[in-house]
Ligand binder design. Structure first.
Ligand SMILES: Cc1ncc(COP(=O)(O)O)c(C=O)c1O
Length: 387
């Protein structure tokens, strides 16, 4: 744990001086295990259910593993696992990212998943004086880090009237002097995307020294444009990506951040060099191969869209409300009853659904699984909510 804070801590204009103790505590959040268990609440209070002995529609993972070709190249790297990086995979991976995503090479960094850069961006760009703004509901990790560091958080509710979309103007109104504006697009847990024009507007109207973070963990599932084109010449935009979702590599831990090098350097106070250099080369080789398979990416996107349509149709048929407009691998279902009780009833039958957010106590996040898994889900929906 202390390795995160080794070396001298640099200060910047936005972030105040935290005590060494606070930094020490923050360091614990960087470990992936701690991140998931302590930062993300669960719908299941007792022993966490296992994905292998249940229909597991929690955690927004993909229902199957990496692309087979990605597994093959990763295996080749494992065979040379006695060496650190004999094939210069780290470098090759980033060069591939720069080409496939059309971003300057010096704007891309690779991490063990996107949780680390997400946590450190809150610690680096927001502060007790310059708060954090997000919609509600959204991914809770930025809230948890802010709470830890006494950073004020403004949450702008997503509403039916606003079609559950993120509105840049309401984010800015909520705190015109924030240090960090977090936009998850498509949003976890609603799956709703934020139009590029909204992000552009926010970049143009926010305080010059505030940062906009666009978390694109679920972008591959959607046809919506990435915020990459907005990166050009900006030093106040950070974009996160991950291989944990469509690419089926959650446990293999590969994530990316994209930003101007000067913005990236402001995130490096806690051993950022180590966090971005020492990445498992087998995982990197698999991730690189995945990026080189646009046809397979398209296929997974279409498969997911087709499952999503079936789920929406089934819920509509049963007159169960859901948040419309998801373009990702999840859907928010409004049971009209406390979501915690509903999750427990599903779990009894071996179907593990996702958590709810305090703002919507009757609504559960359902991660979309395979067609077969969703059939089991439908059976339980029909049993628990008979027509
Ligand atoms: C919106 C969002 N960002 C970031 C993450 C972190 O993912 P990882 O660290 O696996 O890349 C998640 C995980 O569920 C997520 O939903």
């Amino acid at each position: 744990m202390p390795h995160i804070i080794s070396g001298r801590l640099r200060q910047d204009t936005v972030t105040p001086e935290y005590s060494r103790r606070t930094f020490g505590q923050l360091a614990g959040l960087f470990s992936v295990g701690a991140s998931f268990s302590s930062l993300v609440p669960s719908a299941h209070a007792q022993t966490p259910p296992s994905p292998t002995d249940s229909v597991f529609l929690d955690k927004n993972e993909y229902w199957t593993g990496p692309f087979p070709q990605a597994v093959q190249v990763a295996q080749q790297e494992i065979l040379q696992g006695n060496r650190y990086d004999p094939g210069h995979v780290h470098e090759a991976f980033l060069k591939t990212v720069a080409v496939t995503e059309r971003v300057p090479l010096d704007h891309a960094l690779v991490w063990q998943g996107s949780m680390d850069p997400l946590i450190r961006s809150v610690a680096s760009f927001a502060s007790p004086q310059r708060g954090l703004v997000t919609v509600d509901p959204t991914f809770e990790v930025p809230w948890a880090v802010a709470k830890y560091l006494n950073i004020p958080v403004q949450r702008v509710p997503l509403t039916a009237e606003g079609r559950y979309a993120t509105r840049a103007r309401s984010l800015l109104t909520a705190n015109p002097q924030a240090g960090l504006y977090y936009i998850c697009s498509p949003n976890n847990p609603t799956g709703t995307p934020t139009p590029l024009d909204e992000i552009r507007w926010l970049l143009e109207h926010k305080p010059v020294d505030a940062v906009v973070l666009v978390d694109e963990a679920y972008i591959h599932f959607s046809e919506n444009p990435s915020a990459f084109p907005l990166l050009k010449d900006r030093k106040d935009l950070l974009i996160l990506r991950t291989f944990s979702k469509l690419f089926g590599m959650a446990g293999l831990r590969v994530g990316l951040s994209f930003a101007h090098p000067e913005l990236h350097s402001r995130m490096m106070r806690y051993d950022g060099e180590t966090a971005t250099k020492l990445i498992n080369v087998a995982a990197l080789a698999g991730a690189r191969e995945s990026l080189l398979s646009p046809e397979k990416i398209r296929q997974r996107r279409e498969d997911m869209a087709s499952v999503r349509r079936e789920v929406e149709a089934h819920l509509t048929k049963r007159r169960i409300a859901f948040v419309p407009g998801s373009v990702a691998n999840m859907i928010m279902v409004d049971w009209g009853h406390p979501a915690k009780n509903v999750a427990a009833a599903f779990a009894k039958e071996g179907v593990i659904i996702g958590r709810n957010w305090p703002i919507w106590p009757n609504v559960s996040r359902i991660t979309l699984g395979s067609r077969e898994e969703m059939q089991v889900f439908f059976q339980q929906v029909d049993r628990l909510f008979p027509a």
